[in-house]
Design a protein around this ligand. Structure first.
Ligand SMILES: [Zn+2]
Ligand SMILES: [Zn+2]
Length: 556
């Protein structure tokens, strides 16, 4: 399927890739490997984009769906993916590999036909996943930098050091390793397509299992989760208006399979690929129209009478190519005449549309309540709502919500309120360092346990958080203005006694309990630069708490 020699040659002697990057993700995610860069450039040609998972509001939250906890909103694996919609998802909690994976889905597209059987839908779901998976495990690994401990894909494990290394950009190609990965990619593709051919011949699902990867079973899960939706009247009404063979999707398994092979070859060898769109702007406008159209049709299902007629008229305008902005504005107007879900929810698409508020402030507010509650309380005391300004400034970054908010607050308004946000966010983002706790204290050298954080503050955030909680300290409104001072940029100042500068180690015990230890500023310096230089009693005390661990563990 893939010409390995040609693919290798294209990597060793690459034609310069030109053009813009797609929007909705940091472009760094696409310069981590030559394959990711190819996906990015091809996706940008078609105006493909990602929607921010936390900014996008679901129309209806299904029962049992994950909710915010400690500033994290998990994505429901089979619930969210919709192969018929080429707009992917940007989840701040996912690793950078997801960026190219999601865009690759957009390049491949999905297959649907009226009355499609469950096995058709399962096989289409399976086909749609092949190239994104080949990219993830093989093609994206070529030229991808990793930490010294890792040499290949990590499956479920997450390594922050690998993420940091890869962010430096693609490494020079090692021809032997590249050839091996290209051959593995080709083998995976061949075997998967052969299993799909047998599936179609036998009329029974035939798996091709590689490690923990089983796309046949994923396809069945997709058909199970999405079958009712794909078979609904609302979906048929959507497909009738927006589904366009070769321009937005495929109506047969054969056509989708041909596209899978074409995308695999274009990403592996850097060759040409038929575009979905005439130009990026036209493509982007169509994807947005499809997305908003689907949401309005979903609403129409829940509506009756004249409101339903009006909603269908809006969808028809989108289908005829009218821009989303004016249609969105008319939805806002429609909300004045009829009882309809708030435009704040319906239009919260999670990516920019000119003239439309597309980021859900409510959803972010809910998330912030679970990670920086004390900070928000100070703001409430002062009658200040920091969330809209934060949401407007929030960029796509693979950083937890609390940390993003704290960085924003520190930038907008350094001072006690921002420091409290940084402290609260850290409490949610420290991890247990489980391996080091299993491996114990015996070994050589010392360092801070992985997953712990060493943080410095100009006040005592533990005391501040307690005082805010008990109501001893309240926020007070002041004239907002950027720059240093007591929360000036947020317009919130803190009244009350604030203690001296503090350095804290924040960690998590194996049991999940938080561990917060005060250290002197001098010891904080030593922990950062040279933990060996700590006084023996300090060192022993921190080691006893499991916060300092060996650099190398004993094998005897
Ligand atoms: Zn996928
Ligand atoms: Zn690593």
């Amino acid at each position: 399927m893939i010409d390995v020699d040609a693919a290798l040659q294209s990597l060793l002697d690459p034609a310069p890739l030109q053009g813009p990057w797609p929007v909705g993700l940091p472009s760094m995610e696409l310069s981590r490997s030559p394959a990711a860069a190819r996906v990015g450039r091809l996706a940008a040609r078609d105006g493909l984009l990602l929607a921010h998972f936390e900014h996008r509001a679901p129309l209806e939250v299904p029962e049992g769906a994950p909710t915010w906890s400690a500033g994290v909103l998990p994505e429901d694996k089979y619930g969210s993916f919709q192969h018929e919609l080429p707009i992917g998802s940007f989840h701040p909690g996912h690793r950078a590999k997801w960026g190219a994976h999601e865009l690759c889905h957009g390049l491949v597209g999905g297959a649907w036909r009226p009355g499609a059987s469950p096995l058709f839908l399962a096989t289409a779901g399976r086909l749609a996943e092949i190239v994104p998976v080949v990219l993830w495990y093989f093609l994206d690994e070529i030229g991808l930098r990793r930490c010294p401990l890792h040499t290949g894909p990590l499956f479920r494990a997450f390594c922050p050091d690998c993420e940091a290394e890869a962010a430096h950009g693609a490494a020079p190609i090692e021809p032997d390793r590249a050839r091996t990965l290209l051959q593995e990619a080709d083998t995976f593709l061949e075997r998967e397509l052969a299993a799909i051919a047998r599936t179609r011949r036998l009329g029974r699902p035939v798996s091709h299992v590689w490690g923990s990867i089983d796309l046949c079973s994923d396809g069945l899960a997709y058909a199970d989760a999405h079958g009712p939706r794909l078979g609904s009247g609302a979906f048929a009404a959507w497909a009738e208006r927006f589904f366009d063979e070769g321009r937005s999707g495929w109506s047969s398994l054969e056509a989708l399979e041909a596209r899978v092979i074409a995308v695999a070859r274009a990403v592996a060898c850097g060759g040409s690929l038929a575009t979905w769109a005439d130009d990026p702007a036209q493509g982007r406008a169509r994807w947005i129209a499809m997305d908003l159209g689907a949401r309005l049709l979903e609403l129409r299902e829940l509506t009756e009478g004249e409101a339903a007629v009006e909603l269908l008229a809006l969808v028809d305008r989108l289908a005829r190519g009218e821009a989303a902005g004016p249609v969105a504005a008319d939805y806002v107007a429609l909300c004045e005449d009829f009882v309809l879900p708030s435009a704040d929810v319906v239009l919260a698409l999670g990516y920019a549309v000119e003239g439309v508020a597309t980021r859900s402030i409510e959803r972010i507010e809910e998330g912030l309540q679970t990670v920086v509650p004390g900070t928000l309380e100070l703001c409430r005391d002062a009658g200040v709502d920091p969330v809209p300004a934060f949401v407007a400034a929030d960029e796509a970054a693979r950083v937890p919500l609390g940390e993003r908010f704290a960085r924003w607050a520190e930038h907008a308004a350094p001072g006690p309120v921002a420091e409290l946000a940084r402290y609260e966010a850290a409490l949610c983002s420290v991890q247990a360092g489980a391996r080091a706790r299993i491996l114990g204290p015996k070994g050589e050298g010392i360092r801070l346990i992985e997953g712990a954080r060493l943080l410095r503050f100009s006040l005592d955030p533990v005391a501040l958080a307690a005082a805010v909680d008990s109501g001893e300290i309240e926020g007070r409104r002041i004239a907002a203005g950027p720059g240093p001072g007591a929360g000036g940029g947020l317009g919130v100042a803190v009244e009350g006694d604030l203690d001296d500068p503090t350095a804290l180690i924040v960690a998590r015990e194996r049991s999940g309990e938080l561990l917060i230890v005060d250290v002197s500023p001098g010891d904080a310096d030593r922990i950062e630069r040279d933990p060996e230089a700590l006084e023996p009693d300090v060192r022993d005390a921190l080691a006893q708490l499991g916060l300092l661990v060996p650099r190398r563990w004993s094998l005897v």
